[in-house]
Design a protein around this ligand. Structure first.
Ligand code: FPP
Ligand code: MG
Ligand code: MG
Length: 331
């Protein structure tokens, strides 16, 4: 019954908090430059699933059922959405991407100078919020996330079109690029509330596994979904030279590996849409997409198991439904 729920139904227990967060992001981040202010507003108005803040609110309420969501929890939610959005603003410049969340990206509307600075401003505001929060462990947590994002991104850039990647590389890069921030959004409330180490560890394991599963689904959608449904360009990873999990599985398969390596080599020299399409067909014929999906399901199962420790609540049910939504999402 969970799969038939849409995201807004799942997030109902924290919808009021998400609305407050949206209004804070859109109305309360006001640099003195009018231009920068407008850009930031437009970026936040362009939407997004607000997944990371939702995770923070859900964990906060699941851990402290009787406490209303307080300012520190809003600050944490804002920090994760600011870091996430900033990394996407920079990512769209790096990837030369013109469509995000179904709308034109910042770099397609404004020049690179102001676009880069708008991302920098969001990082800066996240740092200001960490200062306001004043919890050393949470500052360290998000500082590590920033380092991970840069490290994950550069490792991806360095390994473009490389066909001799191993699984350690894939999981470590994916954790740094995607998992680290999702994990932080999940574990920060437990750290803030000074929960038992076992509870903190459970939130961490949940976030880490959910983060990796999220990236795997993202990798699958790039081959399996469409630009219209996703609101960002399809078949983009391989076009950019990113060797994602379905490709890694196919490269392991002796029936496909030689041909696939040749095609990736061809694509590294020049972009040929028909070669891209051939790779996509090859992946669908092989079991690579199924295997990737199974891996995501395994990680999700570990995540679900990890939060057994939490008492039953509406918010815990939402966390479980959210996990299901993430694995069956099409955008
Ligand atoms: C999306 O990946 C991008 C990320 C998850 C992180 C990108 C990180 C950076 C640009 C570094 C951030 C910089 C600082 C200063 C912390 P994608 O391109 O695979 O996904 P997409 O399809 O959504 O574009
Ligand atoms: Mg990108
Ligand atoms: Mg990228």
């Amino acid at each position: 019954q969970v799969k038939s729920q849409n995201l807004s139904e799942i997030l109902l227990p924290v919808q009021a908090e998400i609305n407050t967060l949206d209004s804070r992001l859109i109305n309360e981040i006001s640099p003195s430059s009018r231009a920068l202010c407008t850009i930031l507003q437009e970026i936040f108005k362009a939407g997004g699933k607000r997944l990371r803040p939702a995770l923070t609110f859900l964990f906060a309420k699941a851990l402290q059922p009787s406490k209303p969501v307080s300012e520190p929890i809003y600050l944490i939610s804002e920090i994760s959405e600011l870091i996430h959005t900033a990394s996407l603003v920079h990512d769209d410049i790096i990837d030369n991407s013109f469509l995000r969340r179904g709308k034109p990206t910042a770099n397609s509307k404004w020049d690179n100078a102001i676009t880069v600075i708008s991302g920098d401003f969001m990082f800066a505001r996240a740092a200001v919020n960490l200062g306001k929060l004043g919890v050393n462990e949470i500052t360290s947590l998000f500082a590590q996330v920033l380092e991970d994002l840069c490290d994950g991104e550069i490792r991806q850039v360095e390994k473009k079109f490389s066909t001799d990647l191993d699984w350690d590389y894939y999981y470590s890069k994916s954790h740094k690029k995607t998992g680290s921030l999702i994990q932080a959004a999940c574990v920060a409330p437990a750290i803030y509330y000074q929960c038992d180490p076992a509870v903190i560890q459970s939130c961490l394991v949940f976030g880490k596994n959910l983060g990796l599963a999220f990236q795997i689904i993202d990798d699958i959608l790039d081959f399996n979904s469409t630009t219209e449904v996703m609101g960002k360009p399809a078949l983009c990873d391989l076009r950019e030279g990113n060797i994602t999990i379905p490709l890694l599985y196919a490269l392991e398969d002796s029936r496909y590996s030689v041909e696939l390596k040749q095609k990736i080599e061809l694509l590294s020299n020049s972009l040929d849409i028909s070669v891209l399409e051939e790779v996509s067909i090859m992946l669908k014929e092989s079991s690579a997409i199924d295997k990737s999906f199974q891996k995501a399901q395994e990680l999700i199962n570990t995540a679900i198991e990890a939060i057994n420790i939490l008492p039953e609540s509406l918010e815990k049910s939402s966390l479980l439904a959210l996990v299901d939504f993430i694995i069956s999402r099409d955008q």
